[in-house]
Design a protein around this ligand. Structure first.
Ligand SMILES: Nc1nc2c(ncn2[C@@H]2O[C@H](COP(=O)(O)OP(=O)(O)OP(=O)(O)O)[C@@H](O)[C@H]2O)c(=O)[nH]1
Length: 556
């Protein structure tokens, strides 16, 4: 009975055997063709260069264009607007690099005008099938032409704008800055470079002494994506092509910024019971353990792994902060998000209680690389590793009270994580606004402010950096540089901004106080270093009262 009923569901055509064999043969044939094509691609590209390089209308002879690379894997070129116009700065050089992935070409890095970025990206997408990407080897030249046209259009407009504004042209002998590529909304070179600011106070610890953040979780839960997006400015879409991690990847964040730690990205399939897994070494110097759970997947296995990981780590080091990222929540509705968080929270804690670990505290964060939630969550993780946090928070409170500021954040500019805020609650919208402001300031400053003068490079963020944005809801966003890596971003009511002088004066006091905090830290570090004892993280070495702050009251 059951056999006959099931057979009625699957009626095979009589020539089934034959069509199946045909089908397999067809697939094999296609695969062979693809392999053969891949082998031929490198030669095709070099042959193409030889073939067209002397044609006046080929891509290699487009005005203002210069190719840095043209291979089957990567195409990289520059566009120098001043070569086709008179009034655009000679210092401007745009860069785009394209990469080839799974049959299609896409933008890997770019340094183009922010307002034209989307137009360039849009070129590459289509709603067609079999892919959403438009350009293959067959029509990649069309893509390059398209980008050239867009950049020419920008150049014509900018030239006209400068002419109308009576901007004079730049002197002919002015040096052209050789730019190299950077990606996303934020130049990649604007990173943690050499640290040489006069009033910057930093700490030189060696790698072993830096607090360590471990990223763990099941395979494909999103660990590497988080690390790349937050600390390496990778755009979220690019993470789609990240290869699986198969060994521990140690990333130094970084040699010079205030925010100094190491991130260790673990492969998803790590086995704690393997004899080569040295848990004492790994968990011993660990400040925080971030466990990533893919909320779009069945999380039961992840919860088991969380339990094993946390208990194993706790046995070695009881000072570890355990942070659980309920990740990829962009794909979930609000109700489902909250329900997942509640369920994961409940099960994880119950499992720990059942195993007799009632002292372990887990913190939970809903995160996604597609919005600011991942930056916010990482901010909170990093803050727990900053011993000076209470002192910083206190200073921000004093600044706010005396300057009628409603909310203030102390940002690590490169990563956009906030290392401290005042004690009022953080709402996501304010945080997002402040992040966006940093992006805008750095982007504009990088495009129009970056230069090499007297053999000295100016950077996109220095002691001159400040910005003021008035919003249409009567609020003001105010950004000031604190040191090479830190910015203060405040939100205040427009009426209260009348006393800008007072705010600026108080800001100077604040900046001085911050310096004192870090000088004290450095002194302490030097002392502990010279006595040979390691730097232990997690102890507050600064009493709040140590900081000499002489703010003036805004109401005075
Ligand atoms: N929708 C969504 N996808 C994400 C998010 N974060 C990461 N992903 C995707 O998840 C996939 C796996 O990401 P990886 O960062 O490689 O995961 P992993 O945990 O490092 O994987 P292993 O190295 O194998 O352990 C990639 O395709 C990412 O694009 C997110 O917040 N939302």
């Amino acid at each position: 009975m059951s056999t006959s009923s099931s057979s009625s569901f699957f009626i095979f055509p009589e020539d089934y055997e034959e069509s199946h064999d045909d089908y397999v043969a067809k697939i094999r044939d296609e695969e062979e063709k693809i392999q053969q094509y891949d082998l031929e691609r490198p030669n095709k590209f070099s042959a193409y260069i030889e073939e067209v390089k002397n044609d006046a209308d080929s891509i290699f002879n487009l005005p203002a264009f210069a190719f840095l690379k043209f291979t089957h894997k990567k195409i990289k070129f520059t566009f120098t607007p001043s070569k086709i116009t008179q009034f655009v700065s000679k210092r401007l050089v745009f860069i785009i690099s394209l990469k080839y992935r799974k049959g299609y070409w896409m933008v890997k890095r770019d340094y183009v005008p922010v307002n034209y970025k989307w137009r360039i990206y849009k070129l590459f997408y289509t709603s067609g099938r079999p892919s959403h990407f438009r350009f293959t080897d067959e029509n990649v030249v069309e893509a390059i032409h398209g980008m050239w046209k867009i950049l020419c259009e920008w150049t014509t407009k900018d030239d006209k704008f400068r002419r109308n504004k009576c901007y004079s042209s730049y002197p002919d002998d002015e040096e052209v800055v050789p730019f190299d590529g950077h990606a996303g909304s934020f130049p990649k070179e604007f990173g943690y470079g050499a640290f040489d600011g006069d009033h910057d106070v930093t700490l030189s610890t060696n790698n072993e002494q830096k607090p360590r953040i471990l990223l763990m979780g099941l395979r494909r839960s999103g660990k590497s994506s988080i690390q790349k997006v937050v600390f390496h400015k990778m755009s979220p879409n690019e993470t789609l092509f990240l290869e699986s991690t198969n060994k521990i990847v140690k990333d130094d964040i970084n040699n010079s910024s205030f925010v100094q730690f190491q991130i260790w990205d673990f492969p998803g399939q790590i086995d704690f019971f393997d004899s080569t897994f040295d848990s004492d070494m790994i968990f011993g110097g660990c400040g925080a353990l971030v466990f990533v759970i893919d909320a779009q997947d069945d999380y039961m296995d992840a919860l088991n792994k969380l339990n094993i990981t946390v208990t194993k780590a706790y046995k070695v080091n009881q000072n570890i902060k355990f942070e659980v990222f309920i990740h990829k929540v962009d794909g979930l509705g609000d109700d489902f998000k909250m329900e997942s968080q509640r369920d994961i929270h409940q099960r994880a804690n119950d499992d720990l209680l059942d195993a007799g670990y009632d002292k372990i505290h887990l913190s939970f964060h809903l995160t996604s690389i597609y919005d600011h939630s991942i930056f916010e969550a990482f901010s909170k993780v990093v803050q727990k590793l900053i011993p000076q946090l209470p002192a910083l928070e206190n200073l921000l409170n004093i600044l706010n009270t005396n300057s009628a500021i409603e909310k203030s954040f102390l940002f690590d500019v490169v990563s956009k994580i906030y290392i401290a805020t005042d004690s009022t609650p953080v709402d996501m919208q304010s945080y997002e606004l402040c992040c966006d402001m940093i992006d805008v300031v750095i982007d504009v400053s990088w495009i129009y402010g970056y230069s090499v003068r007297d053999e000295q490079e100016t950077t996109a963020f220095d002691e001159q950096s400040s910005s003021l944005i008035k919003l249409n809801n009567g609020t003001v966003l105010y950004l000031r540089e604190v040191n090479k890596f830190l910015a203060l971003v405040c939100i205040l009511r427009e009426d209260n901004f009348d006393h800008k002088g007072v705010i600026d004066y108080n800001f100077l006091c604040f900046r001085e106080a911050i310096q004192q905090v870090f000088e004290l830290r450095n002194k302490h570090q030097t002392m502990t270093n010279s006595s040979g004892s390691p730097i232990i993280n997690g102890k507050n070495i600064i009493g709040d009262g140590h900081v000499n702050s002489s703010f003036i009251d805004e109401t005075n």
